[in-house]
Design a protein around this ligand. Structure first.
Ligand SMILES: Nc1ncnc2c1ncn2[C@@H]1O[C@H](COP(=O)(O)OP(=O)(O)O)[C@@H](O)[C@H]1O
Ligand SMILES: [Mg+2]
Length: 223
């Protein structure tokens, strides 16, 4: 499903990723851990195609995306949902408008789009807030909307960057349960987190990064 071969990414002199080789199979739940600056966000971004690696190869469902071509971007956006760090919702737009946006960009017909937004907001427990401006929601609600936006096009892969970063204990557990329910439907998940409670509750494979290197993998070799 996702394979990285000897991937490196440099920013100026600094290596954000160094020689990372990983194989993630369909339906796996993978937790990406490591201290701040270890390269977690960069790893998610190279898989999503929003950063291009300097070295190495990346296969997403057998398509090599390490050298992004024009046709790869729409393909990746259909295949991967990304729950970004720090929300990045449009605060003046309603919950519905935020979640429908990826479908509009992909040219999904209006009636189908309305149906999918309704279903997805139901799945994350936010349907009753559909007409509220995103900027007026609590942090926990905003995170639910971000997750809805990431899964509304039914991606096969969901990437989440510190999805509980701004949340207290109870809200963290609610988001963990939501992510688990998305995984239980067969979605391949890759979740970056420094929260050991999240790691323990998600019960997934754990990849640990340190200074851009993959230093441990609870599944064994990264081949
Ligand atoms: N756009 C960028 N420009 C320059 N340096 C960056 C950029 N993005 C990340 N880095 C650097 O790459 C390293 C890894 O960052 P990041 O992937 O954000 O780590 P993490 O998500 O684990 O905290 C850090 O040293 C960070 O400063
Ligand atoms: Mg990060």
């Amino acid at each position: 499903m996702i394979r990285l071969f000897h991937v490196s990414k440099f920013f100026d002199q600094c290596a954000a990723l160094r020689d990372v080789t990983i194989r993630i199979d369909k339906g796996e739940c993978v937790l990406l851990t490591g201290p701040s600056g270890a390269g977690k966000t960069t790893l998610l971004k190279v898989i999503f195609g929003s950063e291009v690696p300097d070295e190495g190869q990346i296969l997403v469902q057998n398509r090599n995306i390490a050298r992004l071509r024009q046709g790869d971007v729409p393909y990746l956006r259909r295949t991967i949902g990304f729950v970004l760090q720090n929300f990045q919702l449009l605060p003046q737009k309603t919950v519905h408008e935020n979640v429908v946006l990826p479908l509009i960009i992909q040219g999904v017909k209006s009636r189908e789009a309305q149906k999918r937004v309704k279903e997805t907001l139901g799945a994350v427990g936010m349907e009753h807030k559909r007409a509220i401006r995103a900027g007026g929601l609590s942090v926990g609600e905003q995170q639910r909307v971000c997750i809805a936006r990431a899964i509304v096009n039914r991606p096969m892969i969901v990437l989440a960057d510190e999805p509980t970063g701004n949340l207290d204990g109870e809200l963290t557990m609610e988001i963990v349960e939501l992510l688990k329910s998305i995984h239980a439907q067969g979605t391949t998940m890759l979740v970056a987190t420094h929260n050991q409670v999240v790691v323990g509750c998600m019960k997934g494979r754990v990849l640990h990064l340190q200074a851009g290197r993959l230093v441990s993998d609870t599944r064994g070799e990264g081949e």
